[in-house]
Design a protein around this ligand. Structure first.
Ligand code: SF4
Length: 289
């Protein structure tokens, strides 16, 4: 199968077999996101999905974990997802779990019984773009949820048996608000207990609607050092036993990865070392053309 657009999946899913079931993101409105802006969202025909499963089977594939793409596969209608899951298990009886990206609204649109059905059909991990623990930031970034909705829907998916994993971005609250955002985001995670948190740290793309907000003076980006200070405060405050944390600060060539609480001190020391190296240097901003 030819993949359309960018192949995008969480780093923890890098060894999963990625099965495209849709192209793009059905929401596609988050202000900072450029991943799928150039694509018209569409569900792939079931025949195309089956042809891909056949191809991999014939090539000798026997995946244990499958990741459904693209941007929010959990938004597909429950019957359609169940059909795909049935095919997955027919072709690959050894498959142990099926994971995918989801939005808070995708969960809201499914009943408790549907969530349970999907769990029983093999859906295990959902990756949610939580991004921030501040409601005004979620609103500004046009996320499809506020905190109250996120708390409610995460609890529902967890009650159905699924595991909550989070994407977030240091820097998303803008200049001068990193510590405030870290504290509220830590509070959110300490209450919702994700298994994995992936911090991509804000990359400001000139093609993103957010860049227009910068040009209009309505959003002032934080420096990479402020983003790293935010990450430090967040890790310091996280109290979720067994949480796997993976933070990317590509412009500073730093990746902060570990399992809490045992790796916390090591992770903080790594950040402190980088902050020390940055002292006295010119400020950098994660802006890409
Ligand atoms: S829901 Fe995710 S993929 Fe869709 S626009 Fe928002 S950040 Fe991008």
């Amino acid at each position: 199968m030819e993949y359309e657009g960018q192949i995008c999946r969480p780093p923890m899913e890098k060894s999963s077999y990625m099965l495209p079931v849709a192209v793009g993101c059905s929401y596609n409105r988050c202000t900072f996101c450029t991943l799928f802006k150039h694509l018209n969202y569409r569900q792939l025909p079931i025949e195309q999905v089956e042809a891909e499963l056949q191809r991999v089977k014939q090539a000798g594939g026997n995946p244990k974990t499958i990741f459904l793409g693209d941007g929010n596969a959990f938004g597909l209608k429950t019957d359609h997802l169940l059909h795909i899951l049935e095919m997955v298990h027919n072709y690959f009886p050894d498959c142990q779990m099926v994971n995918m990206d989801a939005t808070v609204t995708n969960i809201h649109q499914k009943s408790d019984a549907e969530l349970r059905q999907l769990y029983e059909a093999g859906v295990r991990r959902l990756y949610l773009g939580i991004e921030s623990g501040l409601d005004d930031v979620l609103l500004f970034m046009k996320k499809d949820h506020n905190l109250e909705q996120a708390y409610r829907e995460i609890q529902r998916m967890q009650q159905a048996g699924m595991v909550f994993n989070a994407h977030m971005m240091t820097g998303i609250a803008g200049k001068g608000r990193g510590i405030e955002n870290a504290e509220k985001t830590a509070e959110f995670f300490n209450r919702t207990h994700p298994e994995r948190v992936i911090n991509f740290s804000l990359f400001l793309h000139k093609r993103a609607p957010l860049y227009r907000e910068v040009e209009a003076g309505r959003f002032v980006p934080a420096s990479e050092v402020e983003n790293l200070q935010e990450d430090r405060r967040l890790i310091e405050l996280l109290e979720v036993p067994g949480l796997v944390y993976d933070g990317f600060h590509d412009f500073l060539e730093l990746r902060v990865k570990g399992t809490l609480p045992q790796d916390k001190e090591k992770m903080l020391a790594k950040i402190d070392q980088k902050l020390l190296e940055c002292e006295g240097q010119q400020e950098t901003f994660a802006i890409v053309a």
